[in-house]
Write a protein that binds this ligand. Structure first.
Ligand SMILES: Nc1nc2c(ncn2[C@@H]2O[C@H](COP(=O)(O)OP(=O)(O)O)[C@@H](O)[C@H]2O)c(=O)[nH]1
Ligand SMILES: [Mg+2]
Length: 483
């Protein structure tokens, strides 16, 4: 670290000429070098040095592959595939909202007009800038200002505004100084969603010339390599009038207000270039974001349809497992785990999720899940918890195999729910039949934790006990309040 710091200071202090040289190539906004303080030049020199160093080391990651038309079309075909899958699996499912959205996407893919969002915090100059931009470029441009970000105590307004911005082709993110962490995160949220963005540093007139250059440089440095240097621009959308004082020859002083010129050429030039060169890509990228979102929406519908069919099946196997373990209680935990996960359950659930397993494959999956449950300690935890619920209700003497029966049912349920979760994460059109054991183990743990949190066990114990014990013994009241 120390080494890193020493060098830029050296460069900044000694290399005044170096700084000036870089400055000349830096940008037109820095045309009043005479007004720069030595400290200002050093500060700027350090920033430029760091930035160049950074660019040299990271330039390889800079260019992400742009979205092309074929990519979007592929996603649209996938959405259509999911929708027709829903149609086959659930005849009564209303599909017209999804189908309409698919049609809209196809139209959107050929859209000519570019949609531009202006966003940023409160009073940074969004409205002022929007009014200046109405006439940029020859092609049709739709401008809209989002509600101000970072207002209010919660993030609801900000999230909604960011969502509005993500629906547009290009975002101008306006700031009037260095970025705060929240601003930085919001920008990253947008670019992570694959949103094209330019960062606009407004109100330069509120800074001294050397400060302007330093702020611009540090914005570029902070945003690199997420944003290219030319996508971070400085403007003055509405400069405050300045008082000019002139001493006359006769000793009097004349004063008047002067309106400095608006400066937005850096922005309009870059904007015109982007709109010319990336026009198509911008529209494709937006359509792609919408298509990916629609795919998730369609998949959620399909998953719900399948879940509705899967749950009764899990329940069925739950009672089978409970009855078997109750009738023939085996104390060994590992037997309990493997018995609880029936290969037939794996096949049935796989069938619902279009993942056909042979009996042999299903047996392997069942065996894997059983040993995962043991390894993760889920079997022991469950039977202990179930034992506690049963004991606290003084019914263990009633039924010797109750703990085993309820445990088998509970583990069957956890296994079934985990399989559902696991299958849901698969691609609908190209499911991967090779089991990802790490992912399955993670899913098991998540499902187990979720079910623990919702205090599901006491009710489940009661339901299962009533089910496995003969009618005459069933008037058992397991209190719901025991957890
Ligand atoms: N000094 C200065 N003030 C500006 C500049 N741009 C906008 N303003 C002022 O900042 C205030 C907020 O501007 P506005 O466009 O309404 O901000 P918004 O809330 O982001 O839409 C207004 O008083 C503008 O006149 C600028 O470049 N310099
Ligand atoms: Mg406004």
């Amino acid at each position: 670290m120390a080494v890193k710091l020493r060098r830029p200071i050296l460069v900044g202090g000694v290399g005044l000429s170096f700084s000036l040289l870089v400055l000349q190539s830096f940008h037109q906004s820095i045309d009043q070098l005479g007004e720069f303080s030595v400290i200002g030049i050093i500060a700027l020199g350090i920033c430029l040095w760091l930035f160049q160093h950074q660019v040299k080391n990271t330039s390889l990651q800079l260019d992400k592959a742009p979205t092309d038309r074929a990519t979007v079309e592929k996603v649209i075909v996938q959405v259509e595939g999911i929708v027709s899958q829903i149609a086959t699996e659930a005849e009564n499912q209303g599909l017209s909202p999804l189908q309409e959205k698919i049609e809209q996407l196809k139209v959107e893919l050929n859209r000519q007009e570019i949609h531009l969002a202006i966003t940023g915090g409160k009073a940074v100059g969004k409205t002022t800038l929007m009014q200046l931009l109405f006439n940029v470029g020859q092609q049709p441009l739709d401008l809209q200002e989002t509600p101000a970000l970072f207002t209010g105590t919660d993030t609801i307004t900000t999230d909604a505004a960011l969502e509005q911005a993500i629906a547009q082709d290009l975002v101008l993110f306006v700031t009037n100084g260095d970025l705060t962490d929240t601003q930085f995160q919001a920008i990253n949220q947008l670019t992570a969603a694959n949103q094209r963005l330019m960062l606009v540093f407004n109100k330069q007139d509120q800074y001294l010339p050397d400060e302007r250059a330093s702020v611009l440089c540090s914005l570029r440095q902070r945003m690199y390599p997420t944003l290219k240097a030319e996508d971070v621009v400085a403007i003055t959308a509405s400069p405050t009038p300045v008082k000019v004082r002139q001493h006359q020859a006769d000793g009097t002083v004349q004063e008047w207000m002067e309106q400095p010129a608006i400066e937005i050429t850096q922005l309009t030039q870059q904007l015109t270039q982007v709109l010319t060169e990336e026009r198509q890509q911008l529209v494709w990228a937006t359509t792609n974001r919408k298509a990916v979102a629609l795919k998730a929406e369609a998949k959620a519908v399909l998953n719900q349809v399948r879940r509705d069919r899967a749950l009764p099946i899990i329940e069925q196997y739950q009672w089978i497992a409970a009855a078997a373990a109750f009738a023939n209680p085996v104390p060994a935990l590992d037997l309990l785990a493997t018995a609880a996960i029936n290969a037939q359950l794996v096949m049935d659930l796989g069938g619902i999720y279009q993942q056909r397993f042979s009996l042999q494959q299903a047996q392997t999956v069942a065996g894997t899940m059983g040993s995962l449950m043991l390894k993760l300690g889920l079997v022991e935890l469950s039977s202990k918890a179930i034992g506690t619920v049963l004991k606290s209700n003084a019914i263990t003497f009633v039924a010797g195999g109750a703990v085993q029966g309820v445990s088998a049912a509970y583990l069957t349920r956890l296994a079934g729910l985990s399989l559902i979760e696991y299958f849901q994460q698969q691609e609908v059109t190209t499911p991967d039949t090779k089991l990802n054991i790490d992912k399955l183990g993670q899913t098991l743990q998540n499902v187990f934790q979720q079910n623990q949190q919702i205090g599901f066990l006491p009710g489940f114990v009661k339901q299962t006990v009533n089910r496995i014990l003969p009618e005459s013994q069933t008037e058992i009241n397991v209190s719901q309040t025991v957890a």
